[in-house]
Write a protein that binds this ligand. Structure first.
Ligand SMILES: C[S@@+](CC[C@H](N)C(=O)[O-])C[C@H]1O[C@@H](n2cnc3c(N)ncnc32)[C@H](O)[C@@H]1O
Length: 407
């Protein structure tokens, strides 16, 4: 059996009635080595040993997949397929933009994370050269009631003949044999994926958020998607789809922001409120347009922190109340932390080098309130902002959510 999951024949055995009984028994065993050992010995009395191992493997992968898929317990995975799969909320967000496309190709389907969401609204031709994940993808679409809209096609996406389609989605592999491909490369390569736009008008390419923007041709839109404070992925939308050079999306709110990256409001000194933009905003180069939209300003032209006179709630930035704004000098900061009764401290650093754990040890704040020490530059000078979280209700906060609807 390959390390990464069952062979096709073994996967089919797992789908047969006896295999399903075995999988149910393996899934019911507590996630504990002693219990697994005892159950394994017992089950090998009734089933082939390699099928028992495959069933335990599936049960473990289903447990791990619960963070990505609400129906993980009805799905099938290879280890690599699960690692590379798009989680449900990302796939749904992306698939919404395929609305109105009757027929779509999902190239490099894997175990079908994207397929499930695409097949909720379109007929999907699912192509992957690895037949086990592809067979799993069809079962996974069935778990979401969408198998009727899926046509699997095993093969190399660079070789298969595709029928006429309304749109093409591709999520190329960025790792093989458990290893990330060097230099941000992918299989098929990014240039081949972008070339799909020579044959189809509507093409979307999922890629790593570290993508070199210089590799994205003019006229394409690059969407950066974050969840909470974590930047997760980039999606390149072909010119027929693009409405802006870049887009920042924050999930689960689904809030989206576009603007002209060249729009840079004049920087100014720190104000009573600080906004720490989402990594989707910073990666999309939209700090200036966000400042403009929120009525704020950058405290330094090269740094992404924004200042504001009013507290503004937005999914695109974390809001902090500035208790004190002062030059970066540890003795001044120690006194300011004491004045504001700050103890538990997060240090947030942008634009200023320094050993954060070392600074934390030297400050040793002893107060009772949680605070954030912002280490940055203001007007080119090393600067400190002693901040607190305003909590859920900082007064009459204007809420700014879906700032610019998708075009
Ligand atoms: C990143 S995974 C796709 C994950 C998928 N979107 C999901 O959400 O589950 C990439 C897939 O590309 C497939 N692949 C890589 N090169 C391929 C090629 N030339 N032809 C067909 N499939 C390929 C791999 O087998 C792998 O399943």
């Amino acid at each position: 059996m390959p390390d990464d999951g069952p062979a096709l024949a073994q996967f089919e055995d797992l789908l047969a009635p006896a295999g399903q009984r075995l999988l149910a028994e393996a899934s019911a065993v507590p996630d504990d080595p002693a219990a697994r050992l005892a159950a394994g010995t017992r089950l090998r009395g009734s089933y082939p040993a390699d099928l028992v191992a495959a069933a335990f493997g599936q049960a473990e992968l289903r447990r791990r997949a619960r963070g990505k898929f609400t129906r993980a317990d009805q799905m099938y995975f290879t280890r690599a397929g699960l690692e590379q799969a798009t989680g449900e909320q990302f796939a749904r967000h992306r698939a919404a933009r395929f609305g109105g496309c009757g027929s779509v190709a999902d190239l490099c389907t894997g175990i079908g994370g994207d397929l499930i969401a695409l097949a909720a609204g379109s007929d999907v031709l699912a192509v992957d050269r690895d037949e086990v994940p592809l067979a799993m993808a069809v079962r996974n679409a069935a778990a979401y009631g969408a198998a009727g809209r899926v046509s699997p096609l095993p093969g190399d996406v660079t070789q298969v003949r595709l029928p006429p389609l309304d749109a093409v989605f591709i999520d190329p592999a960025r790792r093989t044999a458990g290893r990330r491909l060097a230099g941000g490369a992918s299989e098929p390569p990014l240039a081949w994926c972008l070339g799909l736009a020579g044959r189809w008008q509507r093409v979307a390419v999922k890629f790593a958020p570290g993508i070199d923007l210089a590799a994205v041709p003019a006229g394409w839109e690059t969407e950066f998607v974050a969840t909470g404070r974590e930047l997760k992925e980039a999606v390149l939308w072909s010119p027929a789809w693009a409405t802006a050079p870049t887009r920042a999306t924050v999930l689960p709110a689904g809030a989206q922001f576009t603007g002209d990256p060249a729009d840079r409001p004049t920087p100014g000194p720190p104000g009573p409120w600080l906004l720490d933009p989402s990594p989707a905003i910073t990666r999309a180069g939209l700090v200036g347009p966000l400042a403009r939209r929120l009525g704020g300003w950058q405290i330094d032209p090269s740094i992404a922190f924004l200042a504001a006179d009013e507290p503004v709630r937005t999914p695109f930035a974390r809001l902090l109340r500035v208790e004190e704004s002062l030059p970066w000098r540890l003795e001044l900061i120690t006194a300011a932390l004491a004045r504001h009764d700050i103890g538990p401290l997060d240090i947030r650093r942008r634009g200023l080098a320094g050993d954060v754990p070392g600074i934390h040890r030297r400050l040793r704040p002893r107060g009772s309130r949680r605070g954030t020490l912002v280490m940055t530059r203001a007007d080119g000078k090393p600067w400190a902002l002693v901040c607190t979280d305003p909590g859920e209700d900082p007064g009459d906060t204007p809420a700014i959510g879906h700032i610019k609807p998708r075009g």
